[in-house]
Design a protein around this ligand. Structure first.
Ligand code: TRP
Length: 340
């Protein structure tokens, strides 16, 4: 396997001073990471890796089953997500890329952790509530309510100190901190309290003004070709006013394209607006398309250097390492709890 180009640096300074120490974050492998993920968390991960943090990146395959009632092609979804990570510049030699399913000891932490949360707390989680609402389903699985506790096990088994996430994940992080605190109070000090690290955009909106999401069909995927990017941006809504200005309240569609271009170019949206001036929406779309394609060019080049078999092997190695750490933490937890 070859790395074609240097990792793409994140485009903005971190929201908090650089950390050293262990960092864990992850994503559900539901297919195709997009620019929302990139600016929300992926760019921060690469930056932390470059700063020398010990980075763990989790392919959260157990979370995929929270709202499915039939099997999904998890093997393929895992592999394609690993390829997205590698394309972004996560270096499998410097960082650990692994899947839930490779770390059974982390599942076992779920039992004591569940004893430390109340059903009221689980019911009130705003992110879970929103997911239940969006799923439109009449019944809610037990896992849907408890996956944030499973997520706490992800973060705590490796004693991560920093968790780069999007804004929607903050309730889960708060719960993780509560679990760590309560465990330590009850059984003695085992877990550090992790901090969240927000990306530069809480939510990069999709091309239709709603949250960027693969399932809403409004996302630019990291794996999109230049032509796909151009077609998607061409189809984005704008307005008929010729002079382009950055006014998120009154011109949200135009503002969103300016934000997208600005993020990719690492300039303020207003600067992009000034550059486009009176040349209208077509020019704005051209600028945004070029900006996105320039950002994606090195990502595409790196992706081309890997084969699916490489991803499988990287997951195997990462799983081994994660398993060792999880086994050690579980032994510590069991000892603290006088289990076994
Ligand atoms: N819930 C996250 C998402 O939907 C994925 C995830 C699972 C995660 N475990 C994690 C994120 C641990 C950060 C830390 O994207």
């Amino acid at each position: 396997m070859t790395t074609m180009t240097e990792p793409t640096p994140a485009t903005r300074p971190l929201a908090v001073p650089p950390a050293t120490g262990r960092v864990l974050t992850g994503d559900r492998p539901t297919g195709g990471l997009h620019l929302g993920h990139y600016f929300g968390t992926l760019a921060n991960r690469v930056r932390l890796q470059q700063q020398g943090c010990e980075l763990f990146v989790l392919v959260a395959d157990y979370q995929v089953i929270t709202d499915r009632d039939r099997p999904v092609d998890l093997r393929r979804l895992r592999t394609s997500m690993v390829l997205d990570y590698l394309a972004c510049g996560i270096d499998p030699d410097a960082s650990t890329i692994f899947a839930h399913s490779a770390v059974p000891a982390a599942n076992q932490l779920l039992v004591p952790f569940l004893s430390l949360v109340s059903t009221g707390e689980l019911d009130r989680n705003p992110t879970v509530k929103e997911e239940i609402r969006l799923s439109g389903r009449s019944s809610v699985s037990g896992l849907m309510l408890t996956y944030p506790v499973h997520q706490a096990a992800d973060i705590l088994f490796c004693k991560a100190e920093l968790v780069p996430v999007g804004k929607d994940q903050l309730p889960h992080l708060e719960l993780t901190r509560s679990i760590a605190r309560r465990f330590n109070d009850r059984y003695g000090p085992v877990f550090p309290l992790p901090e969240g690290l927000l990306g530069e955009v809480g939510t990069l909106l999709g091309l239709d003004g709603r949250k960027m999401s693969k399932s809403l069909g409004n996302a630019i995927a990291l794996a999109d070709t230049p032509d796909q990017v151009a077609a998607k941006i061409r189809g984005a809504r704008t307005d008929s006013e010729r002079r382009i200005s950055f006014e998120p309240q009154t011109r949200p569609e135009v503002a969103n394209l300016l934000t997208l271009a600005g993020l990719c170019l690492d300039v303020e949206p207003r600067q992009v607006a000034e550059q486009v001036g009176a040349r209208g929406a077509a020019e704005l779309k051209r600028v945004a398309t070029d900006a996105v394609n320039d950002l994606l060019a090195p990502i595409r080049a790196r992706r081309a250097g890997y084969r699916p078999e490489d991803a499988v092997e990287i997951l195997r190695r990462g799983g081994e390492r994660a398993r060792e750490i999880a086994d050690a933490t579980l032994a510590e937890v069991n000892a603290a709890m006088e289990m076994g």
